[in-house]
Design a protein around this ligand. Structure first.
Ligand code: ZN
Ligand code: ZN
Length: 180
C-alpha cells in the first residue's frame, strides 16, 4: 500500500466521524500538521503544542511494509483513531480516560481494535536489527569484539593484542561481508 497524505486525510475524516459517534460533544480542531516519518519504532504519534493548542500527527511509512492492502488500510484507520483519541481532553496518555474511549470505539466498531499498542510482527513487519559495523577478531582464538561505530582503536588495530592470547594481534572485518 502506498502511504499518501490523501490516504491519511481520508482516514482522519473517517476517524472523526467515529469519535463524534461515540462522543458527540467531541470538538475536533483537526491535526494542524500531518507528517509521514521513516521511524519504524511506532505506527503513529501525536504531539500537542501547549502554546497553540495544536495537535500534529505523525504516521510511519512502515504501513507500506504490510503486504495485504486491506489489512494495511484497516491498521491505518485503527492508528488514526488511536491518535485522535489522544486529542480528547485527559487522553494524552494511555490512562483510564483513553481506555474508556477506546473501549467505546471497540464496542461500537467491532472491526476496529484500539489498543495501547500492537506489535509489528503480527503484520509481518521485521524490525531492522542493528548490525555492528566493525568486528575485531583475534587471529588465534577468534574471539571478537563488535562495534556499532568506528572505534577509536581502528587505526592502531595491528598494534592491539588480544587480552586472552596476549601475543596475538587483532584484525578488523566488517559484518556486512566487506573485508577491511
Ligand atoms: Zn497512544
Ligand atoms: Zn585471542
Amino acid at each position: 500500500m502506498k502511504l499518501t497524505y490523501d490516504l491519511i486525510k481520508e482516514k482522519i475524516d473517517k476517524a472523526v466521524d467515529i469519535i463524534k459517534d461515540i462522543y458527540p460533544s467531541f470538538q475536533y480542531k483537526g491535526f494542524t500538521k500531518v507528517r509521514i516519518s521513516k521511524a519504524r519504532s511506532k505506527w503513529g504519534s501525536v504531539k500537542y503544542n501547549r502554546i497553540t493548542g495544536d495537535f500534529a500527527l505523525t504516521i510511519s511509512n512502515v504501513f507500506e511494509d504490510i503486504q495485504n492492502d486491506d489489512k494495511a488500510n484497516e491498521k491505518l484507520l485503527n492508528t488514526v483513531v488511536h491518535e485522535l483519541i489522544h486529542t480528547i481532553p485527559g487522553c494524552m496518555n494511555h490512562g483510564p480516560n483513553f481506555k474508556y474511549y477506546a473501549a467505546l470505539v471497540n464496542n461500537k466498531y467491532p472491526k476496529l481494535n484500539i489498543q495501547r499498542c500492537t506489535s509489528m510482527g503480527q503484520f509481518g513487519i521485521q524490525k531492522t536489527k542493528k548490525e555492528p559495523l566493525y568486528i575485531a577478531t583475534c587471529s588465534k582464538c577468534r574471539r571478537n569484539w563488535k562495534y556499532y561505530r568506528k572505534p577509536k582503536l581502528f587505526d592502531y588495530i595491528s598494534k592491539c593484542k588480544c587480552p586472552y592470547c596476549t601475543t596475538y594481534t587483532l584484525f578488523f572485518s566488517t559484518i556486512k561481508g566487506i573485508a577491511i
